[in-house]
Design a binder for this molecule. Sequence first.
Ligand SMILES: [Zn+2]
Ligand SMILES: [Zn+2]
Length: 632
Amino acid sequence: MTNMKAVIANGPKDYKLIYDKPIPKIQDGEVLVKVLVNGICGSDLKMYEGSEFYWGVGGRARRGVIPGHEFIGSVVDIDPLIARDQSISIGDVVVAEQLVACRDQCWFCKNGMEHKCDKLVIYGQGVDGCMAEYMIYQKGSWLHKVPEGLSPTYAVLAEPIAVSVRAMDRAHLKPTDLIVVSGCGTIGLGLIAAIETYYPDVSIIVLDYFQFKLDLAKSIAKKCTTFNLSDKTVSTIADIVRKMSGEQNGADVFFECSGSPDSIKAGFEFVRKCGTFVHIGICKEIHVDAPWNAISAGKELTIIGCNLGRHAWPRAFEILKKCDLSQMITHRLPLEEYSNALNLINSGIKVVLDPTLSAPKLLNDSKSLLPLINNNDEQFKIKDSIAFVTGSSHGIGRAIAIALAKEGAKVIIHGTNHDSPSYSNEGTTMTILAQEISTITNNTQITAVWGDLSTKESVQSVLNHIKYPIDILICCSGEQTTSEGKICNDTCLTISDSDTKLSLNRNFWTTHLVCQSIVPQMIHNHRGHVIIIGSTSALIGREKDALYTVSKAAVHQYMRCLATEVKSSGIRVNCIAPGPTLIEQSTQNIGKEQGISGRLEHVANAVIHLLNMDFVHGQIIRVDGGEQAFSS
Ligand SMILES: [Zn+2]
Ligand SMILES: [Zn+2]
């Protein structure tokens, strides 16, 4: 074999996989390895997207380079001198630090700052990296044998964790400091693990937008308080942190681990007077706004930069052995899926490419359409999945719950009140309804929850009754009624404020709150399907039907946006839009008289089929017998 697969970075957003890259041959001082695993880093995404830092004048990236700087390889060929000096043999699992320096020629190398060498190159940027089957560890690399007991996939975390360790060193922490870590990607979580290992009495405040990352932070460090930035504003959290810190009125050290301009600005709020601001993240932007006077006249801060992980690798391996950070590896994909992998960074933590995994057969292997996660490449099945159907006390929701129960799902039905089924003369209570569904479907795993879904708190209190992660979410709550119980003056120019708010609340707002509470968990588990029940009436203009159709149209568009956001997380989101012909059971006879043929089962069947379909995402599927047989 003389050729290999490799990803080539020709420029911003111009990467391609080729199959005929010659396998490189070693020269003096070099090592050839077979790449066992390749970690994707936030900086890989920034380079892909075309950040000036990489592609601008004097930038770090070279056109035509093989990207990737986090890797573990097994030695295939080695300069005998290196093999002797560092006692490395063919077959050893070895990693090179991510930088190559002249080591002894330039002023910086001579003065112990090799990571700022005048001839510095970073793997995957200035010299070929690891998105390939084989790579060369260049002359001048620092090599480390991976300690026994660490799998290559896990050990690939050593590179980012070495960066975290260096940041910890640079901060000169005191044993009882109160610190803030902003950003829970690999670097932030690695920093938390490093501090837990070497400064166990430091109190850590952690900020991020993703609850699963915050939960992981908590599981790594004992003295850790987390704040979800989607729940509270920065200034509210900063107030709380100031109170927590007592007289010193702020954190001793702020670690900026996200590279986001907002996070940088926030740092100046969190840090106390004469405190320390450590910046580790790499910003996409070249210039970032900051309250500059805070540094001197305002707070007299110590601002510390840090880059790469020199002198930190042995401790990075120690941390990997001591803490269980395996949950940080959220996705594992074959090399062919490199562009998916880049997109997955924002919804996962560490995404790894494994060139030894076989390529998916895109046309007939449906599994390849979902990322391989933690080696779990199971296909989505309805049977034994946990399905939560909001608004299933009656009508369409109930029909869907029954259909899911027939398919063997563990169904959780929901009504606003315990006696919701009685409102539409379709039963008595939610508990009895659950028993009835159990009986008719011969499925013992039906449970009922009830409660209002119109505030974040009330959604949470309903969800508190659900013990297991939800795999299937069917959003079916929403009604066509108003405060008076009937619709009156339902035209754009006459609808009342209160009816408009009520209708948006019942249809759009509840859907939004429920998705916001459940989808992050699905992202975390890389498993889930959301189906929102919309309406074909929202797909065309209608006279005297503004309230309901506007709020259903909001739901449709919400679904599209959500689908775009979760596109690469292995989760699917779609709408089923029943036709106007589909009505509640109690009025079905009237429907027949009007020549209406749509039935609840048509919608329920569509839901089941959609759940079983692969690769359908972000769509509104009309179930209306062809009434709206036109495009868009
Ligand atoms: Zn990295
Ligand atoms: Zn140098």
